[in-house]
Design a binder for this molecule. Structure first.
Ligand code: FHN
Length: 462
């Protein structure tokens, strides 16, 4: 009798399992705003992430056959017109013995970054993980033979950082994606008659490997969607495909065809993607109700170039972060590691300086909302309920800072970096809130003045 009842339970459970497995894929494009808000919350609060462009292109590092290429280093295969069989030879030289995933993750964490987006596969088609559908990967084609992404995911889990993958739809290596039908690697008009095979039997299986094998991911950051073979239906299908694999994952707007060039925001119409992706630029104003992330380099290249020393100053990088947060966006700041696996010293130096500033001022960036006011000449604003953060880029003459929109008395004014929160003298009136700043101890990059108030911010402006 006992055996029979056990068998019945097993048959029942198998039936349940079989039904679940046959569930039709869910259409996440109809997701409610509330479901999206819940899914996006960590990302909206994070405000700041690290972009990592790393791959075979770090070996030539911007130079091929004695010629220094113009433009971005990860495009050397295209810019130097390197034949696939020539470019593949870089794989045998890719041996990043100095790669230390914990070092990279702690550098990001200590800079105040909350997530990392790394290129699992860039346009050149080379895979930084052990793919079962390709030998053009770190495990089969290089002397290194270790799973870069696995090490990074484990380090991210150890240090509480959200790992995400950048994945290029455009693939200059796979014969059904590009060659031999494209005269040039980046041809937007040509079409490959076997492209459907690339999508079904390569692109999707690789994404399944990435989403299934590395635990909970933050974002699937698509790119290379501009090619003629990629269509809105394919984009919407891929969005749902990835969401069905990991329902809470966030997917950028480059999965579909709605991105408007480098401005990056999604044009009007029915396009998939959870947020806009301005590239190397920051929108002029905040965009209420729109999620967006500006991705930017520290010098002029995403992938490592040995001779690109046009580094932005730490002040510029911090001002970019503040400007973006004041408009309600995220800042995805790039590093391009060397072929040995080292993040360039100039990047490390800036990230450490940013981290020092974030230690004292991160409260005014994380989990804030966009400025309630037009940006002042002297800086920017962010806000939380009952708190206005004023970022002072340029110290005012005579040390008097005026927030012209605030006419009514406030509760308390102090400098965020002042552990004692010593109250600053302030006076409100029709001219605005005049705050007397101390003559010294202001931050060389940006001083954050905290204005605490009762009621609503609008109530202070009349
Ligand atoms: O072509 C890529 C480029 O190499 C880089 O990855 C940037 C970063 O977002 N995206 C594309 C250019 O828009």
């Amino acid at each position: 009798m006992k055996i029979l009842s056990t068998l019945l339970v097993i048959v029942f459970l198998l039936g349940v399992f079989a039904c679940e497995k046959q569930q039709p894929p869910k259409n996440y494009l109809n997701e409610s705003q509330q479901e999206k808000d819940t899914r996006m919350q960590w990302w909206r609060e994070a405000r700041f992430g690290m972009f990592i462009h790393w791959g075979l292109y770090a070996i030539p590092a911007g130079e091929y056959n004695g010629q220094k290429i113009k433009g971005i280093g990860e495009w050397i295969m295209d810019r130097a017109d390197i034949p696939v069989e020539e470019y593949e030879k870089f794989a045998a030289r890719f041996n990043p013995v100095k790669y230390d995933a914990d070092e990279w993750v702690l550098l990001a964490k200590n800079a105040g970054m909350k997530y990392i987006v790394i290129t699992s596969k860039h346009h050149d088609g080379f895979c930084l993980w052990d793919s079962k559908v390709s030998d053009y990967d770190i495990m089969d084609a290089t002397p290194y033979k270790k799973d870069i992404l696995k090490a990074l995911k484990e380090a991210c889990d150890r240090h509480g950082i959200n790992l995400s993958f950048y994945h290029s739809i455009m693939d200059w290596h796979h014969p059904d994606a590009q060659a031999p039908f494209y005269p040039h690697y980046n041809d937007r008009k040509k079409s490959n008659p076997n492209f459907d095979n690339y999508v079904r039997n390569y692109l999707k299986p690789q994404l399944k490997e990435l989403v299934d094998q590395y635990g909970k991911l933050g974002i699937l950051w698509f790119d290379g969607e501009w090619i003629g073979d990629w269509t809105p239906p394919l984009g919407k299908d891929l969005y749902n495909y990835v969401r069905n694999l990991q329902p809470d994952i966030i997917i950028n707007n480059r999965v579909d065809k709605g991105r408007q060039g480098m401005e990056g925001l999604t044009k009007e119409g029915d396009f998939a993607g959870d947020y806009g992706t301005p590239e190397q630029e920051i929108p002029d104003t905040g965009l209420p109700g729109v999620d967006w992330e500006s991705c930017m380099t520290m010098n002029d290249t995403w992938g490592f170039k040995s001779f690109d020393d046009n580094w932005k100053s730490t002040k510029t990088l911090i001002h970019n972060l503040v400007d973006i947060a004041s408009k309600g966006g995220n800042y995805l700041l790039n590093v391009g590691p060397t072929a040995e696996g080292l993040i360039p010293e100039a990047s490390v130096k800036r990230l450490k300086e940013i981290g020092k500033w974030m230690m004292e001022n991160g409260e005014a960036i994380y989990s804030t909302q966009a400025s309630p006011f037009r940006q002042p000449q002297w800086g920017r604003f962010t806000q939380k309920p009952g708190i206005l953060y004023a970022f002072v880029f340029d110290s005012p003459k005579k040390g008097e800072l005026v927030i012209e929109q605030i006419k009514k008395p406030v509760k308390k004014v102090y400098i965020l970096a002042d552990e004692k929160k010593n109250e600053l003298k302030s006076k409100s009136g029709q001219k605005g809130l005049t705050i007397s700043l101390p003559g010294e101890g202001l931050d060389e990059h940006a001083t954050v003045v905290v204005v605490e108030y009762e009621g609503s911010i609008d109530g202070l402006t009349k």
